[in-house]
Design a protein around this ligand. Structure first.
Ligand code: HEM
Ligand SMILES: [Cu+2]
Length: 538
């Protein structure tokens, strides 16, 4: 018999070779991988800094690092995690990879702008890395004046410039997504047939485009205050430091939803796929994303309850903050209703999804505590706040991100990851997470302030628990990195649709070819058209 040469099928990964083909690519899938590597890098750096913070807090005395070094540690941890990991992770990696495929398009509307976004991100990151190399920045990731404008001796200008530049990456990505969803949908892909992943990213993009310019301007104002003594935020020159807080939180509260809406986007896909059901109340879940995006812009004042803001304004912001709970709860209730009578399979992505619901619920409920004016006066700037935002951002967003990476890993790379390791890692992460951050609610309620490098002895037991948990959590985050790398080489072939899931991304080969679809698909049914209740056939 003649030997038959079977050429490896062409896909986006092996379509072209060489580093340049990656650095100059206009393929949204390759750009997603560029982001994957960069955000993973920053997650590792931010994680190491967290470890430093936690080690210092193992003992009550400030005996590992100087106070000044400690300030630089937690600030750099916060800046890197927020601006270089949490904000880009899901949209830039999973959104970039999936949005065009999910709507039946060949690419985003503006492929070159997509590549530009990544370069802008890298340039911004380079400034921030430079600030770290030069000795770090110590203002807290919020850059509050007058400390950031007048008193700080650290590299505020360089770090702020880095964050400012990175903002444009976010704006460009949001703008690209919005145009893509409007203009590039395949025939038959009506708005109400869009996967909820796309809806949620659409809402996220609105916040990116409308909110990010505000923080950009705010940082410019702080920059010129510091560099040239303009005095926007300096009462001696007719300015007002509280103005900074208003402007900053006008963006940064919605920014929390830039982090968590994409997490919710992933959740809807995971829940539908692993319960094999249509999402209960599809249009409610879709519109709740928009509602969160809109109401998110009206609540910034809950960060200013103790800033000398009037009690009247405080009350209004308090009530408005409660309203955000409604669309968030709509999502959680609708996912729960979807699970009801679903035929649930406990694959690793679903474990991450359940973890998300649990942690997000705790984070959200404690958010209501903080939104309650009188309670916030007590726990403001304590570890209660630290625990709250870690439950939402770290618990919620990173679990959704990891769940999504597991779910779409076979699509992105054509290989399966080892399932039992993945379940193990999900469990370790969940346990480690709660051990790290639950004690912080208690110690915060007892009065331990945030951003201090030493504390009274009574708080030590909670801090020891928290540091122990952080070690476990760190391990939980590292395990997937190891088996993902392993699976790239040794994993078994995934085939186009390993989960038997619905959605256009599962109709094309894994990894997808460069153009995604051989011919433009015609969509004839809504998202999640599962035959309800059917058992999973593997
Ligand atoms: C092992 C995991 C982690 C540990 C032990 C940890 C610990 C801490 C600690 C102790 C602080 C200082 C709080 C303060 O004094 O105000 C902090 C701040 C912060 N962390 Fe984490 N963290 C972890 C992971 C993360 C992750 C994954 C993110 C984001 C993805 C994140 C985002 C932040 C932010 C935004 C701040 C605020 C910094 C500031 O207030 O200036 N953390 N973290
Ligand atoms: Cu807020």
């Amino acid at each position: 018999m003649e030997p038959v040469a079977v050429a490896e099928p062409r896909n986006y990964i092996n379509a072209e070779e060489g580093v340049l083909s990656w650095l100059l690519t206009k393929d949204h899938k390759r750009i997603a991988l560029l982001y994957l590597f960069s955000v993973t890098f920053f997650f590792l750096v931010g994680g190491l800094l967290a470890l430093g913070v936690r080690l210092e807090l193992l003992t009550p005395a400030g005996d590992m690092v100087e106070a000044d070094t400690y300030n630089r540690l937690f600030t750099t941890h916060g800046v890197i995690m927020v601006f270089f990991f949490l904000i880009p992770a899901i949209p830039a990696v999973l959104g970039n990879f999936l949005i065009p495929i999910m709507i039946g398009a060949k690419d985003l509307a503006f492929p070159r702008i997509n590549l530009l976004s990544w370069y802008v991100y890298i340039v911004g990151a380079a400034f921030t890395v430079a600030a770290v190399v030069m000795g770090g920045v110590d203002t807290g990731w919020t850059f509050y004046p007058p400390y950031s404008t007048v008193s700080s001796q650290s590299n505020v200008l360089t770090a702020a410039l880095g964050v400012f530049i990175t903002g444009f990456s976010s704006i460009l990505t949001g703008f690209n997504f919005i145009v893509t969803v409007h203009r590039m949908r395949a025939p038959g892909m009506t708005w109400f047939r869009l996967p909820l992943f796309v809806w949620s990213h659409y809402a996220t993009s609105l916040i990116m485009v409308l909110g990010t310019p505000v923080v950009a301007i705010t940082l410019v104002m702080a920059f010129v205050d510091r560099a040239f003594g303009f005095g926007f935020f300096d009462p001696r020159r007719g300015g007002d430091p509280v103005l900074f807080q208003h402007l900053f939180w006008f963006y940064s509260h919605p920014a929390v939803y830039i982090m968590v809406l994409p997490g919710m986007a992933v959740m809807s896909e995971l829940i539908a796929a692993f319960a094999r059901k249509n999402i209960f109340g599809y249009s409610f879940v879709a519109f709740s994303s928009l509602a969160i995006a809109i109401v998110g812009f009206l609540v910034w004042g809950h960060h200013l309850f103790v800033s000398s803001q009037s009690v009247y304004a405080g009350m209004v912001f308090s009530i408005l903050s409660f309203f955000v709970a409604i669309p968030s709860a709509v999502k959680v209730f609708n996912w729960t209703a979807t699970l009801y009578k679903g035929s649930i399979s406990w694959d690793a992505p679903m474990l991450y999804a359940f973890g998300f619901i649990g942690l997000f619920a705790i984070g959200g409920l404690t958010g209501l505590f903080l939104a309650t004016l009188a309670v916030d006066v007590h726990v403001h700037d304590t570890y209660f706040v630290v625990a709250h935002f870690h439950y939402i951002m770290v618990g919620g967003t990173t679990l959704a991100y990891l769940g999504g990476l597991h779910y779409w890993f076979p699509k992105m790379f054509g290989k399966m990851y080892p399932e039992s390791w993945a379940r193990f890692a999900a469990l370790v992460t969940f346990v480690g997470f709660n051990l790290t951050f639950f004690p912080q609610f208690i110690v915060g309620y007892q009065g331990m302030p945030r951003r201090y490098y030493s504390y009274v002895d009574e708080y030590q037991v909670w801090n020891v628990l928290s540091t122990a948990g952080a070690t476990i959590l760190g391990a939980g985050y590292m395990i997937p990195m190891v088996y993902f790398a392993w699976a790239l080489k040794y994993g078994r072939d995934a085939g186009p649709n390993p989960w038997g899931a619905k959605g256009l991304e599962w109709t094309i080969p894994s990894p997808p070819p460069t153009a995604n679809f051989d011919e433009t698909p015609v969509v004839t049914e809504g998202a999640y058209a599962y035959t309800e209740g059917r058992l999973k056939v593997v």
